[in-house]
Design a protein around this ligand. Structure first.
Ligand code: ADP
Length: 575
């Protein structure tokens, strides 16, 4: 059977809980001190012992011994119950003190404690260590109270045997509580089984304590029986609950910290001795100086130890923090150095590009010039065709080199403009006309609607460069048979040039990075459309150098509109 199945298919703990509660109710419904009632009590005790063993068999935890020990401890309790009752129903007398029943009762506690301690031992050692001092403090405080309020009064009363037995019960409670506290303070499994088990032990100890404080009144405090009975039932439920397996697993490690609960515990431990002194004085009982002094001393020592461990932990943290900070500082220094080196490399690259572009431009200009001259000669059609190819490619190269040079100069020290009063409509008309053959070659309808706009004070060459780039892009990224439309109009205090195409469009993510240097959109790269990713960067720089803006609206697969806006304030200067 796999683990998941084991966990979900054992509602046995629920059945046991229901039957246990019903039996407890039945106990109170039956006539008091009847044989049947006694039988129910004994049956519940025995069933808890059986449930412990059964749970271990069904759920197969990695550590079964604790559950067998619980079984044995609960069994000892219920044998004690049976023997106790035998005195009443078979031998018709009160049990002597000490009786054989006491032997079994007292044997139960160490067995339960051993089981609990075994469970705690299965945890990782560092987790155990953390809880141990806290546990010692609580136990010392509880022992001191137990001694003052319960045990001390039983000294020197009755025979030696009676004294031994009556002192053993509260002592056993201390031992069981010790195990419970270690168990509870160990920051690990907070499973359902853990909660049932904890509740059961608490009920057992509370009932024992109340009984211990006033054993004479037990006959009337019938409700105490319900605590003992429920304690049996809950122990059985814990053993039958599937989550009991997790109690033998190492569990997750919590982080050490000084919580409010821990501080409250330290304070409680420190105030126990003075509080006891006050209570004894207030109630007029004999002040037990030796016990209180000894207990108080032990508690102070434990609190001191606990504080030392907190300080050690803090010291450890400080050392770790110091190391981490030193590491961060080193990393920061390295980063700064590397940044500087990168910036230097970047600068060298720009210089190099500027140098190469410049050296490339001169021969390229001469090539295009001579090709133009050669084309004027009398040539065969074939030779003319070849020269046209040379001219087209030289132009492309020149464009590329110009772009690179432009960007390199920009990096080196900005852009120099030669503004003049320009009739933008004229510039646009010329630019569009120059690109008409390219549109025709792709059967793209290239149209424009140009309003008469006021003259603008701009650099004519740069404006032509922007227009050429926008319309060239539109033609490049629009498939054959598409449409490109250019419009120019005045809008309040600016002139607006728009280039709209029915092309491949640009994805929203790419639109955000479109104007960065060398950026090319995914779809352009995928479709092997040529380009460098410099045109739009340059265009935006030019637009902004004129106090204008360049923006895009686009939808993937539908088309794009690039909009250049120039303020008319420049026109006012010019007019
Ligand atoms: P290039 O055209 O040389 O690649 P640009 O800077 O002019 O460089 O354009 C950058 C990128 O923007 C292009 O590679 C392309 O992905 C995208 N792009 C520009 N214009 C358009 C357009 N009209 N339609 C679709 N994508 C475009």
């Amino acid at each position: 059977m796999n683990v998941a199945a084991t966990r979900s298919h054992h509602p046995i703990h629920r059945a046991y809980l229901a039957v246990g509660l019903a039996a407890t109710a039945l106990y109170f419904a039956l006539p008091w001190d009847s044989f049947a009632q006694t039988l129910v009590y004994d049956a519940i005790g025995a069933s808890a012992a059986a449930a412990s063993v059964l749970g271990a068999r069904i759920h197969r935890p990695s550590l079964r011994l604790p559950w067998y020990l619980f079984g044995a401890g609960l069994f000892a309790f219920s044998v004690g119950d049976v023997l106790f009752n035998l005195y009443a129903f078979v031998w018709h007398r009160d049990p002597p003190v000490p009786s054989i029943a006491d032997v079994f009762y007292l044997a139960g506690y160490p067995l339960l404690t051993a089981g609990l301690l075994l469970l705690v031992r299965s945890l990782r050692s560092d987790e155990r260590r953390r809880g141990r001092l806290d546990a010692a403090m609580l136990i010392a405080a509880f022992t001191l109270c137990q001694w003052i309020f319960v045990m001390q009064g039983r000294l020197h009363s009755g025979s030696l045997g009676e004294q031994a037995v009556s002192l053993s019960y509260p002592a056993m409670d201390v031992i069981l509580l010790a195990a419970l506290v270690v168990f509870a303070l160990t920051p690990t499994w907070r499973t359902v089984a853990y909660r049932y088990l904890g509740a059961s032990i608490v009920l057992l100890i509370v009932a024992d304590e109340i009984y211990g404080l006033s054993p004479g009144t037990y006959a009337k405090t019938t409700w105490l029986d319900s605590a003992w009975l429920l304690s049996y039932v809950l122990w059985g439920v814990a053993a039958l609950h599937p989550s009991m397996r997790e109690l033998s697993e190492p569990g997750r490690a919590g982080r050490p910290r000084v919580s409010t609960l821990r501080l409250v515990m330290l304070a409680a431990a420190l105030t126990t001795a003075p509080a006891l002194l006050l209570i004894q004085t207030a109630t007029g009982s004999r002040v037990d100086t030796v016990a209180i002094a000894l207990g108080g001393g032990v508690l102070c020592g434990l609190v001191l130890l606990r504080l030392t461990s907190v300080i050690h932990a803090l010291d450890g943290l400080r050392v770790t923090e110091g190391l981490a900070r030193a590491e961060a500082e080193t990393a920061q220094r390295l980063l700064t150095e590397q940044n500087e080196r990168l910036r230097e490399a970047d600068r060298l690259k720009d210089e190099f590009v500027a140098l190469i572009s410049h050296d490339l431009r001169t021969p390229l200009t001469s090539i295009t010039g001579y090709v133009e001259l050669a084309l004027e000669e009398d040539l065969t059609d074939e030779a003319r065709g070849f020269l046209h190819v040379v001219a087209r490619n030289a132009d492309r190269l020149l464009g590329l080199v110009n772009d690179l040079l432009f960007v390199a100069r920009l990096q080196a020290g900005g852009l120099s403009l030669e503004p003049e009063d320009v009739d933008l409509a004229g510039v646009v008309r010329d630019g569009v006309k120059a690109l008409a053959p390219r549109a025709a070659a792709k059967a793209i309808s290239l149209t424009c609607v140009l309003d008469a706009v006021p003259a603008v004070h701009v650099d004519r060459g740069r404006m032509l460069q922007v227009l050429d780039n926008l319309v060239s892009n539109a033609l490049k990224f629009t498939p054959e048979g598409g449409a490109v439309h250019v419009s120019l109009r005045q809008d309040d205090d600016c002139v607006r040039l728009e280039v709209t195409d029915s092309g491949i469009g640009i994805a929203p993510d790419d639109q955000r990075r479109l104007f960065q240097r060398f950026f090319r959109a995914e779809n352009a790269i995928e479709q092997h459309l040529p380009g460098t990713g410099l045109g739009l960067y340059i265009s935006r720089v030019i637009a902004e150098a004129h106090d204008g803006s360049l923006s895009v609206r686009s939808e993937l697969g539908v088309g794009s509109t690039f909009r250049l806006e120039l303020p008319l304030a420049r026109a006012a200067v010019a007019v």
